[in-house]
Design a protein around this ligand. Structure first.
Ligand code: ADP
Ligand code: MG
Length: 273
């Protein structure tokens, strides 16, 4: 099974990229599980029919209180989405209350207890994980042996690269768990921006840009329609083409070709490069 983890700064396009990747893999006939690890719990919206799914945290407070945890099966936690994709969202506490990272940790503990990834005989797991991994909760997929192939979504903006740098630090920290950085996805805000700067950044931290994803109005249209992913709605658009290309490239990346990343320290990062 390929465990692909999409990391990146909030709002950078993780869920958009992750959900469309899951759809591409499923359309190719693969058995996919899609795991949203963000309190925003919107990663699976385009993969299921109808409303947003009940999150793990919502189920946890509703179901786990009245039933023996031992009796819970994967079926109780997963929602079968379109294209046969099994979906789950960690969810999180009410804003301002509690710790969102804890929800992710608890969900992954349930994954381990129920052996969900093995039981489902999945070909691919796509994990969509918030943040720049300053909070250890968001690094739970790296710590607990769920993550393998890490893909970081960036843009041409400096703060997106700062977040990527932090994520690369946590990949380095957990490299002994088998975690490796497969590469970066440049989800461009401006098609005319300087790609050389991004190539340089990738080189400095010891990785590569896997794909340049263009801004595409088809993404916004799909987001408003909320019925399907972009690759299903508009398979010929530039965004869909880039996601299919990315999906293929992610699968061909070999761990041996991915050295432990060399993130910059803050002084280097802000020192100009
Ligand atoms: N390539 C793109 N073209 C157009 N809009 C995009 C693109 N990528 C992301 N967006 C939009 O940017 C917003 C944030 O994307 P989202 O995937 O929710 O980010 P994240 O999951 O990282 O928080 C969404 O409104 C999404 O539709
Ligand atoms: Mg998201």
């Amino acid at each position: 099974m390929e465990k692909i983890v999409i990391f990146g700064k909030g709002g950078i396009g993780k869920s958009t990229v992750a959900a469309n990747l899951s759809a591409v893999y499923a359309l190719e006939g693969r058995k996919v599980i899609h795991v949203g690890c963000d309190p925003k719990h919107d990663s699976t919206v385009s993969l299921v029919d109808g409303d947003m799914i009940e999150t793990f945290m919502e189920k946890h407070s509703r179901v786990f209180g009245i039933r023996d945890r031992q009796n819970l099966g994967a079926k109780d936690l997963l929602v079968r989405g379109r294209l046969g994709i099994d979906c789950i969202e960690a969810g999180g506490p009410e804003p301002g209350v509690g710790c969102a990272g804890r929800g992710i940790s608890m969900m992954l503990e349930a994954f381990a207890d129920l052996d969900i990834l093995k039981a489902g005989s999945y070909d691919i797991g796509v994990f969509d994980v918030l943040g720049d991994v300053v909070c250890g909760g968001f690094a739970a997929p790296l710590r607990k042996g769920f993550a393998e192939k890490i893909v970081i979504v960036i843009s041409e903006e400096l703060m997106a690269l700062y977040a990527a740098n932090n994520i690369a630090k946590s990949v380095r920290t957990y490299a002994s768990n088998g975690v490796y950085l497969a590469g970066l996805v440049a989800n461009l805000k401006d098609g005319k921006s300087d790609r050389k700067k991004l190539e340089k950044y990738a080189k400095i931290i010891g990785t590569r840009i896997l794909e340049y994803v263009p801004r595409d109005p088809a993404v916004r249209e799909a987001e408003f329609a909320r019925d399907r992913t972009v690759v299903e709605r508009a398979p010929k658009c530039a965004f869909a083409k880039s996601i299919r290309s990315l999906a293929a490239k992610i699968l061909t990346v070999k761990k041996e070709k991915c050295p432990i990343p060399k993130p910059m320290n803050d002084k280097q990062f802000y020192g100009g490069w």
